[in-house]
Design a binder for this molecule. Structure first.
Ligand SMILES: NC(=O)C1=CN([C@@H]2O[C@H](COP(=O)(O)OP(=O)(O)OC[C@H]3O[C@@H](n4cnc5c(N)ncnc54)[C@H](O)[C@@H]3O)[C@@H](O)[C@H]2O)C=CC1
Ligand SMILES: C[C@@H](CO)CCC[C@@H](C)[C@H]1CC[C@H]2[C@@H]3[C@H](O)CC4=CC(=O)CC[C@]4(C)[C@H]3CC[C@]12C
Length: 369
């Protein structure tokens, strides 16, 4: 579409716009939403890279704010046509308290919804998570499931509980009258494990491998498969949903969509090696030496250490009872609902996603751990 002033009339707000996913959503909007007049980037921690975005035709407004503060959210939402709500505390490592996780992920989402209702913003896209579904506390596998697959979604950990509550609030808000008398249209996207440029956990694994002499030790059987999705395709799905939500409100309003692409089903560790292998690391199979019960013991010791050290320092290793259980439970998605409902097709092929991620990891080598 031609870049002309009369086409540029929409105001978007991206909460968490400086996060791993949020930054990709911001950049994707600037590349793929020709109607954009103003892009508001709302985050607790603003990134310096935002400055470079202020030279283009779109007004980029950086807003340092806290989603737990209703008045800050309302001020950021007022006048926006679309809100993409990605802000959240993504903590399965015990860094934040359950109360804080709830405050950000649930109360923060309530604040976003109420701000839309009070100020008259009609379109809300929420970044939910596969964890709303599973793996559940019983370790039941979710094998090639879709949005309609029956599954006992029971959780205890604060993170999946908070995401499930927030998603439910967003879907229940669909159809509420907003200021001005029109209806709020909401939907929730459920990414599986996101990877790509900026993924902190991938960076952590890479630095762990460098510290261990170029080796990572397999803890999870290769047969335990996870779905993973490239961050660029997750960002693209967010933008596409936001663009289609008005025209297809009756079909898409109140719906959930898994985020998916052509990334292969593999165990979490084997999938990571698609990027870490070409960067010089190798995965050593130690499962004969380290049986699962010993892994559980190590994970439990990590949790105990975290609790004992908390008054002195934050000890938050990747391995804890929750992350081990999740990693050790198959969770794969096979669906085309997003394509059927709003014509989604991945923007990045698996080969392109892999190449981009490898290049990023290679660039990470020089960065501080
Ligand atoms: N990383 C993953 O594999 C997956 C992530 N998700 C969801 O995607 C969303 C983004 O996740 P990531 O980009 O991975 O995490 P991230 O931690 O990189 O980004 C979250 C952003 O939210 C901001 N934020 C946190 N608390 C805030 C507050 N009180 N007020 C304002 N901003 C706040 C952070 O500063 C950060 O920039 C989250 O809602 C997460 O639950 C869903 C599925 C998978
Ligand atoms: C046995 C351990 C040492 O090798 C392996 C530890 C791997 C874990 C750190 C990851 C395994 C599965 C990941 C989670 C999964 O991708 C689903 C997620 C969805 C989200 O919404 C946020 C991230 C996460 C919880 C993700 C976090 C890291 C793992 C637990």
């Amino acid at each position: 579409m031609a870049d002309s002033a009369e086409t540029r009339k929409l105001v978007y707000l991206v909460t968490g716009g400086c996060g791993f996913l949020g930054e990709h959503v911001v950049r994707m909007l600037l590349q793929r939403e020709p109607r954009l007049y103003e892009l508001r980037v709302f985050d607790l921690h603003l990134g310096p890279w935002l400055e470079e975005l202020k030279t283009g035709p779109v007004q980029v407004t950086a807003i340092q704010g806290d989603v737990t503060q209703a008045h800050e959210v309302a001020a950021a939402v007022a006048g926006a046509h679309v809100v993409i709500h990605t802000a959240g505390l993504v903590d399965v490592f015990g860094r934040a308290s359950p109360e804080t996780i709830y405050e950000v992920n649930v109360q923060g989402t309530k604040n976003v919804i109420e701000a839309c209702v009070q100020t008259g913003t009609r379109f809300l896209v929420y970044t939910s998570s596969m964890e709303v579904v599973g793996p559940n506390i019983k370790g039941h596998p979710f094998y090639r499931g879709n949005e309609d697959t029956p599954y006992e979604a029971i959780h205890r950990h604060p993170y999946p509980c908070s995401k499930a509550q927030a998603e439910r609030l967003v879907l229940e808000a669909n159809g509420r009258k907003v200021h001005g008398g029109l209806s709020l249209v909401t939907c929730a996207l459920r990414p599986t494990g996101i990877y790509g440029e900026g993924h902190q956990i991938m960076r952590d694994f890479y630095h762990q491998g460098l510290r261990l002499g170029g080796r990572l030790f397999r803890a999870i059987p290769a047969s335990v498969e996870h779905s993973r999705v490239y961050v660029g395709n997750v960002a693209w799905m967010h933008v596409l949903v936001a663009q289609e939500l008005e025209q297809r409100a009756a079909l898409m309003g109140g719906q959930v969509y898994f985020c998916y692409d052509e990334s292969p089903y593999k165990s979490y560790e084997d999938f990571n090696m698609e990027f870490l292998g070409p960067c010089g690391l190798r995965l050593v199979d130690t499962r004969l030496l380290v049986p699962y019960w010993l892994l559980m013991l190590l994970a439990t010791l990590n949790a105990l250490l975290q609790w004992l050290l908390r008054p002195l320092l934050l000890y938050a290793p990747l391995l804890n009872p929750y992350t081990l259980a999740v990693a050790n439970t198959t969770f794969t998605v096979s669906t085309d609902k997003a394509q059927r409902h709003f014509g989604y097709k991945p923007l990045f092929s698996w080969e392109d996603s892999r190449t981009r991620t490898i290049r990023w990891v290679q660039a990470v080598e020089g960065s501080a751990p």
